[in-house]
Design a protein around this ligand. Structure first.
Ligand SMILES: [Fe+2]
Ligand SMILES: [Fe+2]
Length: 206
């Protein structure tokens, strides 16, 4: 199978390694954004989606950026026969690894990772959730330093620059990619199923 792992196997593995509901939802959000960009760029949606789904596989168990995440995930996926394409992309999403981002998939992962978390955090403080959200409102939140303070604003812009997409268009694209998944992402304040740990903790590793 392309990539060396099926979506079902990836999801089972993710659930084994990650108990946090918010971290699981973060990975689902990144998967959704990656799938959308794969379609946009005419690339393999399964491989891009699985890369998004697994990019923070080891973050809960091995959060140290010095000797843990994402190295442990990379080793585990290699052991399981996952393709180098996916493993390298996972490595390159963490700045601490010092890996260049060479493929479009690597640049896309970096561009959507933190932004997905930020957009979901924005949705959570709007009664309408993702519905009707605009890049303008997201940029307004970016100027509020105390909002989702762990998210590096420069990195959000750098991701779009590296991918070669205009920032507003990129934000609009990610919002649109996440909208169909709003119930799963629980990106609404009014959702009675929303657990107490919302909004999802943005991934400091990027
Ligand atoms: Fe992440
Ligand atoms: Fe990460």
């Amino acid at each position: 199978m392309p990539g060396g792992i099926s979506r079902d196997e990836a999801w089972t593995l993710l659930c084994e390694w990650t108990e946090s509901d918010s971290l699981r939802r973060h990975m689902l959000a990144v998967e959704a954004a990656m799938r959308a960009y794969a379609r946009q760029f005419g690339q393999d949606e399964e491989i891009w989606g699985i890369t998004g789904l697994l990019h923070d596989l080891d973050y809960e168990r091995f959060p140290s950026l010095e000797d843990g995440h994402p190295r442990i995930a990379m080793a585990e996926l290699q052991r399981r026969g996952v393709s180098d394409e996916i493993i390298r992309a996972i490595g390159s999403h963490a700045d601490e690894m010092g890996l260049s981002r060479d493929s479009t998939m690597e640049r896309a992962l970096y561009a959507v990772d933190e932004l997905s978390g930020f957009v979901v955090a924005c949705a959570y403080v709007r009664p309408e959730g993702l519905e009707g959200m605009t890049p303008k409102s997201v940029k307004k939140k970016m100027k509020t330093a105390s909002f989702a303070a762990a998210v590096d604003r420069d990195q959000l812009r750098r991701g779009a620059d590296e991918l070669g997409v205009e920032f507003d268009a990129h934000v609009a694209f990610v919002i649109a990619a996440l909208q169909p998944h709003a119930p799963v992402l629980r990106a609404r304040e009014a959702d009675p199923a929303g657990p107490a740990d919302l909004p999802p903790a943005p991934d400091p590793a990027g």
